[in-house]
Ligand binder design. Structure first.
Ligand code: ADP
Length: 681
């Protein structure tokens, strides 16, 4: 099925289309807003997460550093103890040096010197605190140390014991560990230096106070048991936690650092602030966009309504509309125009001259006309009449009004034309003209008939009287029994007088009719020849359009006025023009041109004359027809009366002029007549 053109789509369908577009746009907006919100939330969340991961990474780093610090601190301790072992052989010197070292190392609780059999040779407790093994005897916890020393002995290297709890006198206690340093000389183990470390103090000594302030640091066992702790984390803040193994020979501890830092704020740093600022900007832009889109939507709706209204208006118009570009190509036609010429829009759009709706015989003339119009030489908005051809071949009379098509920039982009189908109007005019003509003809006939009956009636009496007097006279002359010749003569004289009287009366009647005809003399006036032609042009044009005849008028310059009965002469001109046009109404007559000319005629001293002529390209006049041309009631037409030319001649002759005709080679006939120019007084 062929899709219907846009203008033929029902309004409802178009509105539905607009609404569905609106719905789609709305859902697009919802999707966009959702997406932007999702992106923003994700961005803020990611920024937060990034910040959190940064904090965690820092903590991990710090924890590793802390473990390294502790490890290197313990190494230094081992070195100090080795130096002590090597340089102080006597118990006294050893104790003095150990006392000094214990003052320097807050994390050392006690240093013992034991021999190879683990018998205590000397020991010094830290002077900085109460002796650690005051409540629990050292012998009770020796089993913690012994395995470490055995390991140290085997490896000839320092070894740590596992950590253990040492209760104190005040009821609390602390976690400690022992370092067993073997004293080996020439492969023989001479004894051990055993140092007890407070786990808590190890952290306090080897970690920076700032680190301990910021974090809660603790030693835990691999199973999670907390052994010692320094620092305290604040309440209500998020805890970041990191763990790191402290691998010592014979002992593995886990350093756990719980960060006191809270979770990053909503705007923890520049990045998040930037992202948030950008998000706010984006949302603002989005809001502005939504506003703009709403305005746009409204404008679109208004536009769609205006368009629908315009379409409805164009579609319901009975006036045909057609737009052409500057080259003359059709760019738009409305339904009324399509209906007028019977073509579909697709058959017309893009077409240039010759248009499919031009009658072939007029194509040349129309093409010239179009060229003149496109060149901009025609007055805009002035209507002119033309004839178009419907697709089925019928001719349509149209009134065309053309105007330049101006775009919003004020530039002309083409031509807009409006078409009114005036065929019906022309038909009515033609009918009224024909009926008027018939009426005139009938009236003329009636006048002639009336005159004839008047004449016959008026003449009847005198003629009857003459006949009866003549008969009476004859009877008198033929009466053989007449006695009184004198009486007969007197009777005859009387009869002849009566006859003369009646003949005189009949003559008077005829004269009175003549007078009646001549009465129009009074209506004569000086008329410009052009006025005569202009008066008949509307009627001539009507018939010319019907018979597709071109009428050309040629007037000589500076024509004088003519002295005539205007109405009668107009009638003559009309008759001649009509005869000419009818003579051209034949299929073989292609160049239908009627030429009406007025010029000065040859004049004598008494009178000046003006000659009017009507030339056609018709069938011409045969000799037989020519012989009877001016005979009243001679006609070759079915509807003709044959009075036209005879009356014309009478009228012209009454004006003192001549009516004559001649052949007009190669085709047609020329009728001409003369009219007098009024004499100057
Ligand atoms: P009518 O027009 O009624 O027939 P007219 O007296 O005007 O009467 O014309 C008489 C006849 O003369 C016409 O029927 C026609 O045959 C012929 N005639 C008149 N004018 C022309 C003409 N221009 N060309 C050919 N024939 C003509």
């Amino acid at each position: 099925m062929k899709p219907s053109p846009l203008w033929a789509r029902p309004l409802l369908q178009r509105l539905t289309l607009i609404w569905s577009l609106r719905d789609r746009r709305l859902s697009l907006w919802v999707a966009l807003v959702g997406l932007v919100a999702a992106v923003l939330i994700t961005l803020v969340w990611l920024a937060g997460r990034y910040e959190t991961s940064q904090v965690q990474a820092t903590l991990e780093r710090d924890t590793t550093d802390a473990v390294n610090d502790i490890r290197s601190g313990l190494m230094r301790d081992v070195q100090a103890l080795q130096a002590l072992q090597a340089s102080h052989n006597s118990v006294g010197a050893w104790s003095t040096e150990t006392g000094r070292l214990l003052r320097e190392h807050r994390d050392w609780l006690r240093v013992e010197w034991r021999d190879a059999h683990m018998q205590l040779r000397a020991h010094v407790d830290s002077p900085l605190r109460a002796p650690s093994f005051a409540r629990t005897p050292r012998s009770n916890v020796l089993n913690e140390v012994t395995p470490a020393c055995q390991r140290a002995r085997r490896s000839s290297a320092p070894a740590y014991s596992s950590s253990y709890f040492v209760p104190q006198a005040d009821g609390i206690g602390f976690e400690v560990m022992d370092l067993c340093l073997p004293w080996v000389i020439a492969g023989e183990t001479l004894g051990y230096t055993i140092t007890t470390f407070s786990l808590q103090e190890i952290m306090a000594v080897h970690l920076s106070p700032d680190f301990a302030r910021r974090n809660e640091v603790s030693f835990i066992e691999p199973d999670g048991t907390r052994l010692a702790i320094i620092g305290q984390h604040g309440r209500g803040v998020r805890l970041f936690s990191a763990q790191q193994l402290l691998d010592l020979p014979g002992l593995t501890l886990v350093l756990r650092v719980d960060g006191r830092r809270g979770a990053p704020d909503l705007f923890p740093n520049v990045l998040t602030a930037l992202v948030t600022a950008m998000s706010i900007a984006l949302v603002s832009v989005l809001v502005l966009l939504v506003k703009d889109s709403r305005r746009r939507l409204k404008a679109e709706r208004d536009l769609a309504e205006a368009l629908a209204f315009r379409k409805a208006m164009e579609d319901s118009l009975v006036t045909g509309l057609r737009a052409r570009d500057l080259q003359g190509r059709i760019t738009y036609v409305n339904p009324a125009f399509c209906q007028m010429v019977g073509f579909e829009p697709a058959e017309l759009l893009g077409y240039n001259a010759p248009m499919p709706y031009w009658p072939p015989e007029m194509a040349g003339e129309y093409q010239q006309r179009q060229a003149i119009r496109l060149a901009g030489n025609a007055p805009p908005r002035e209507g002119y009449e033309s004839v178009f051809m419907h697709k089925d071949g019928t001719r349509i009379a149209v009134l065309i009004i053309e105007a330049p098509l101006i775009n919003v920039l004020g530039q002309q982009t083409g031509w807009m034309s409006a078409f009114l189908d005036i065929s019906e109007q022309r038909r009515v005019e033609e009918m009224s003209r024909a009926s008027q003509e018939r009426l005139q003809a009938t009236a003329r006939l009636a006048t002639v008939g009336e005159m004839a009956s008047l004449l016959s009636h008026e003449l009847n009496q005198p003629l009857a009287a003459i006949a009866s007097y003549a008969n009476g006279s004859l009877n008198l002359l033929q009466d053989p029994e007449a006695e009184d010749a004198t009486q007969t003569l007197a009777d005859l004289q009387l009869a002849l007088r009566r006859i003369a009287e009646q003949a005189g009366r009949a003559g008077k009647i005829i004269n009175s009719v003549h007078d009646f005809v001549r009465r129009r003399d009074q209506d004569r006036e000086a008329v410009i020849p052009q006025a005569l032609i202009e008066a008949i042009m509307p009627l001539v044009q009507l018939q010319a359009r019907k018979l597709r005849v071109r009428v050309v008028i040629k007037l000589e310059d500076k024509l004088p006025t003519v002295w005539c009965d205007r109405t009668m002469v107009e009638q003559v001109l009309l008759n001649l023009a009509r005869n000419g046009m009818q003579a051209m109404d034949a299929p073989d007559c292609t160049d239908r041109l009627l030429l009406i000319q007025v010029r000065r005629a040859a004049s004598n001293q008494e009178h000046q004359w003006v000659e009017l002529s009507v030339t056609d390209q018709g069938s011409g006049i045969s000799t037989e027809v020519a012989a009877q041309l001016f005979t009243p009631f001679f006609t070759t037409k079915a509807e003709g009366m044959g009075l036209g030319l005879s009356l014309c001649r009478t009228v012209i002759e009454q004006h003192g002029g001549h009516l004559e005709f001649e052949a007009h080679p190669p085709r047609g006939t020329l009728f001409r007549f003369t009219l007098p120019v009024p004499q100057r007084p």
